[in-house]
Ligand binder design. Structure first.
Ligand code: CU
Length: 161
């Protein structure tokens, strides 16, 4: 990501070289009328590069915060949940938050006695993504799974009291 950013910066310098050989800021303020057009074009670009840099920094876990009381589950490298057992949580409406700290897409589903919990599936497309939902759970021991093909290693237990 750093390389890309530097490439872009160089491109900007090249563009402004015609009128100025100084720093970026001086060039911009010297461009007069075209200043806003340039800034407008660059702003989203710089913003998205910033986001990419934040997401691309390897081992950093997502900064996602969930509402208080949320049961937080993380998908971590490689193809694992961050624990083998979650809970116990109180039966009834349970809020589950799912944060992806791995590099690929993951889902989270629940099953009890080999029957999937209906209408509940969390999906995180990539690192830094999160999802959350409320699910109504009765007492019991649930299996937590990721149903992406090849991810059968992602298996944990959720205890509901
Ligand atoms: Cu998975």
């Amino acid at each position: 990501m750093d390389v890309e950013f530097h490439d872009i910066t160089n491109a900007v310098v090249r563009v402004t070289n015609g009128t100025c050989t100084s720093t970026y800021e001086q060039c911009c303020s010297g461009l007069g009328g075209s200043k806003f057009g340039l800034m407008k074009r660059l702003a989203p670009l710089v913003a998205s590069l910033g986001l990419l840099a934040a997401c691309g920094s390897g081992a950093t876990s997502p900064t996602t915060t969930f509402a208080p009381g949320t049961l937080v589950v993380k998908a971590i490298p490689s193809l694992k949940f961050d624990a083998s057992e979650y809970g116990p949580v109180t039966a009834g409406e349970v809020t589950i938050g799912y944060a992806n700290s791995d590099s690929v897409r993951h889902t989270l589903i629940l099953a009890k006695d080999k029957v999937k919990v209906a209408n509940f599936k969390l999906v995180t497309a990539q690192r830094g993504d999160s999802d959350s939902a409320v699910v109504n759970l009765e007492k019991g021991t649930y299996v937590m799974l990721c149903d992406v093909p090849g991810h059968s290693n992602m298996k944990a237990t959720l205890v509901v009291d």
